[in-house]
Design a binder for this molecule. Sequence first.
Ligand SMILES: NC(=O)c1ccc[n+]([C@@H]2O[C@H](COP(=O)([O-])OP(=O)(O)OC[C@H]3O[C@@H](n4cnc5c(N)ncnc54)[C@H](OP(=O)(O)O)[C@@H]3O)[C@@H](O)[C@H]2O)c1
Length: 306
Amino acid sequence: MKLLITGATGLVGKELVKRALNQGMEIHFLTTQQSKLNSIVGAKGFYWNPSLQEIDSACFEGVSTIVHLAGATISKRWTTSYKKTILSSRVDSTQILLVGLKTLSEGHSVTQLVSASAIGVYPSDFDQTVEENMPLSPSSFMEQVVTDWEQQSDSFSTMGIKVTKLRIGLVLAADGGVVATLKIPTMFGLGAAFGNGKQGQSWIHITDLVSLFLFAIEKQWEGVFNAVTPNPVSQSRFITALAKALHRPHIFPPLPKFLIQLLVGEMSSLVLDSHWVSSKKLVEHGFSFEFPNINDAFENIFHKKE
Ligand SMILES: NC(=O)c1ccc[n+]([C@@H]2O[C@H](COP(=O)([O-])OP(=O)(O)OC[C@H]3O[C@@H](n4cnc5c(N)ncnc54)[C@H](OP(=O)(O)O)[C@@H]3O)[C@@H](O)[C@H]2O)c1
């Protein structure tokens, strides 16, 4: 089986490539950086520039599944111009993949698109647990981005291609993402929650997330699935578990909401919003988690024996 992976050089992509190669899959990947074309041993790189509608169409050769992970980081200040980059790096990149396939004169062999999506598609809610079938009416920037991204992914079905969308929660990994950001203050005993600390944090260990991508491909899933553990926690509990795993005290009270809003503006929603997200559908579809609990997940991340 041959996969074409976008965003293969990122946090999730690197781990997915490693596991897929170990399983004997062939990997093509698309990168926006010419310097990364030969950066993954065992995989073949191709150049694209979604903002200029450029794609090397040789990337599709022999591919059965496209895994679409590309997207500009959301952890950079949300200026008006950067908000456009966040949106276009997801929506335009999805569109250029589709256009690229459509323009292949010799046809293509793609049967499935598995696209990253995000739990930011759901409105912030401190009480309700949300499932995939919740009707959406986007009212924040992030809800709108993810809704547009999913709609663009859906257009692959017009070509008879199965579309799988994984609404990913906070990814826990040793080498980046939220853990890398929070680890440094926590190491100095300065870890603290934000706002009232009661926000729901729906997370997933990177090992489980990669297993999920591979499972969705193996089982040829179609539709939308929440990619989160069955045990979301409050933000206070999340920070406490992180401090415990790092053997550091956790004494600081939550940082006040107004201060975060003052410091980072609209982007404060990333730490102040609450998402209690259900993984029931994953479990009903036969997926099982290696790290369902937060303490075990952090323990593995910080103290795993190679
Ligand atoms: N990590 C999380 O907690 C989390 C949570 C929810 C959803 N997600 C989603 O899951 C996907 C993968 O996440 P990740 O953490 O692995 O992301 P990441 O580490 O930031 O990597 C994303 C990749 O996207 C590519 N990229 C960056 N800017 C781009 C642009 N302007 N246009 C096209 N491609 C661009 C880069 O690859 P090249 O430099 O090779 O082009 C980069 O390696 C993302 O779409 C993210 O939104 C992640």
